[in-house]
Design a protein around this ligand. Sequence first.
Ligand SMILES: [Cu+2]
Length: 60
Amino acid sequence: MTVVNRDSAPHTVTATGDKMFDTGSIAGDSTATFTAPSASGSYSYICTIHPNMEGTLTVG
Ligand SMILES: [Cu+2]
């Protein structure tokens, strides 16, 4: 899947726990792709640069 960093600062999309996905650092105003888990479920992720930034990836 593709994610877009619309901020000027770099961020990551990094799965918590078993780290099933990790974009690494995405530069500001850039895109990154990663392979989403194939199993349905909710996967928590954070930005490793700013660990207070968190979200959930839902695979239907
Ligand atoms: Cu960040």
